[in-house]
Write a protein that binds this ligand. Structure first.
Ligand code: MLC
Ligand code: AMP
Length: 508
């Protein structure tokens, strides 16, 4: 029987020598391919023993570790749906995800077990396990009693593999449903397009709760049977130290600017590398040029999102064209990318419009939000990305802006509407606006501008301190100004472009 289970495809790509090192950690531990196979079998058997329903969600909010990665693979292997959650999320955020997704299993850090289990049990979750980043916790204790043999669950290409929550410009976060077929088709295209070869070694330094670290980096290495040099937390010096033993690195632009600030980053240090890939946020042309000058390598920039995984990429092979800084390259093989005006009509080559996408990589819709899903697709079935760009006569795609009100800070998405909602609830606040301004480290950061109610005294620092108790740290505005009024157009709408202009030099 044909099995389109993503895990089965990744497992089939393991090298013949199962005793070779698959993952080497920061603290010197080595996991062989056999370890990966056995541990995912044990964890999958544990999940299998819980009597979960078909399509059950396994929600996971734990620090990055190899075991957390194994839990992801085991969830695929057992045929359940993986739901990763950023460790920066606070109680109110987690409560929403758990109530919305109704996971059958929740895995949390030992430190957060108290409050996470309370939320989970209240929402009807039956099983809450703990997993520390030091190989401790009830999940591993329980799995250690399970068999290390397991037959991957049979899955079709449309069966769900993961749900990734992504915020929206209005309302609450939406769960993007990705299937085994979405993930596997994209991984296969990237393996070929980025020229993965035997012997490649990946430095894995990204978080594993979003597309970039969980899918693009991890699937890339596994589908190629490639060793990973694993860092639980990004550290520019540690990455540079590992370059002579590696060939592929993936990062958001902030990782590249932080590495450029290290004198140890030299042409010699990078001479063993084959490929540096950037994405998740715009790579400044200065970073692209500085990297080329310093290391001799041309960063390959690609473009993706939770709903579509990767859509476009600059070419790897010279015969396919040059890697052009400031562009995100060509639509990937098998992926359709087009640009439409506000009326949904095609725009002439090189003109700006909304970017739309179709292909086997495009998600199955938002979890339990059929109306929202419908709104985001065109009549003829293309997904509207909310990004604004153009495609030139050679086919290079350039992103010039976003029609969605979104700030991308250090590779994480911050939706102003969500943060404004929290600020507006605070005592004495009449209204607020959050805008993104340039930042040398994070690319872009949020700045809040707040109007007090008549007679109220507000303090920007105090507002920030309150927000820190409610929202993930990367969503917290770096500055908060209390002002008498917001600039408005004749319709009364806040002119965020004027605020952006006013505050653009704040962190220069
Ligand atoms: C941390 N801080 C941030 C931040 N990350 N502020 C704004 N934006 C961010 N991204 C703040 C914290 O709030 C804290 O502030 C201070 O920085 C130190 O926190 P930290 O956790 O020690 O930070 P650090 O480890 O240095 O993290 C920075 C980072 C991290 C760049 C390594 O943000 C990161 O790993 N980013 C990658 C995100 C990613 O993987 N994106 C892919 C999404 S997938 P304070 O005030 O409390 O001290 C996607 C699709 C696609 O978009 O195309 O790939
Ligand atoms: P997310 O919802 O977290 O998956 O973020 C996806 C968004 O990140 C996209 O819609 C883009 O706005 C942005 N993005 C991803 N890659 C790039 C890139 N290379 N350049 C500019 N923006 C990017």
């Amino acid at each position: 029987m044909q099995n389109d289970n993503l895990f089965a495809a990744l497992r089939a790509a393991f090298p013949r020598d199962l005793d070779a090192v698959a993952v080497e950690t920061d603290d010197g531990l080595a996991y062989s391919w056999r370890d990966l196979d056995r541990a995912t079998a044990m964890l999958a058997n544990l999940l299998g023993s819980l009597g979960l329903a078909e399509g059950a969600r396994v929600a996971v909010q734990v620090e990055k570790s190899v075991e957390a990665m194994l839990l992801y693979l085991a969830t695929l292997r057992a045929g359940y749906v993986f739901l990763p959650l950023n460790t920066a999320y606070q109680q109110a955020e987690i409560a929403y995800f758990i109530e919305n997704a109704e996971p059958a299993v929740v895995v949390t850090t030992p430190k957060n077990f108290g409050w996470v289990s309370r939320i989970a049990f209240q929402a009807g979750t039956r099983h809450v396990f703990t997993l520390g980043d030091d190989r401790t916790g009830t999940l591993l204790d329980r799995a250690s009693h399970c068999s290390d043999q397991q037959q991957p669950a049979v899955k079709g290409i449309d069966d769900l593999a993961a749900i990734l929550y992504t915020s929206g410009t209005t309302g609450r976060s939406k769960g993007a449903m990705l299937s085994h077929g979405n993930l596997l088709s994209n991984a296969r295209v990237l393996k070929d397009y980025w020229g993965w070869v035997p012997g490649d070694v990946l430095i894995h330094a990204l978080p594993i709760f979003h597309v970039h670290g969980l899918f693009v980096a991890l699937h890339g290495a596994l589908l190629n049977g490639s060793q990973m040099l694993w860092l639980n937390k990004f550290d520019p010096r540690k990455v540079i130290e590992r370059l002579p033993r590696a060939t592929v690195f993936m990062g958001v632009p902030t990782l590249y600017t932080r590495m450029l600030a290290e004198p140890a980053l030299t042409r010699e240090a990078a001479s063993h590398m084959r490929l540096f890939i950037s994405g998740s946020a715009p790579l400044l042309i200065e970073t692209f040029n500085d990297w080329q000058a310093r290391t001799g390598h041309t960063i390959l920039e690609r473009y993706g999102m939770s709903e579509t995984i990767m859509l476009t990429s600059n070419p790897y092979r010279a015969q396919d064209g040059e890697r052009r800084g400031g562009t995100v390259g060509f639509p990937l093989p098998g992926v359709g990318v087009r640009v439409r005006d506000d009326a949904g009509q095609p725009v002439p080559t090189g003109e700006i419009g909304g970017i739309q996408v179709s292909g086997p990589n495009v998600f199955k819709g938002y979890w339990r939000m059929p109306e929202k899903t419908k709104e985001e697709f065109t009549e003829d079935g293309w997904f509207k990305t909310g990004d604004v760009g153009r495609i030139d006569e050679r086919g290079y795609v350039t992103i010039v802006g976003r029609s969605k009100d979104l700030i991308i800070s250090g590779g994480y998405n911050v939706y102003p509407a969500e943060i404004e909602g929290f600020i507006n609830e605070m005592p004495g606040v009449a209204e607020s606006a959050l805008v993104g301004v340039p930042h040398p480290d994070f690319g872009e950061v949020g700045v809040a501008v707040v109007i007090p109610k008549p007679g109220a005294q507000l303090d920007g620092e105090a507002l920030i301190a309150t927000l820190k108790t409610q929202l993930a740290n990367f969503k917290i505005p770096k500055k908060c100004f209390v002002v008498a009024e917001l600039p408005r157009n004749t319709m009364g709408k806040v002119q965020k472009n004027l605020l952006r202009e006013q505050y653009k030099g704040l962190f220069a």
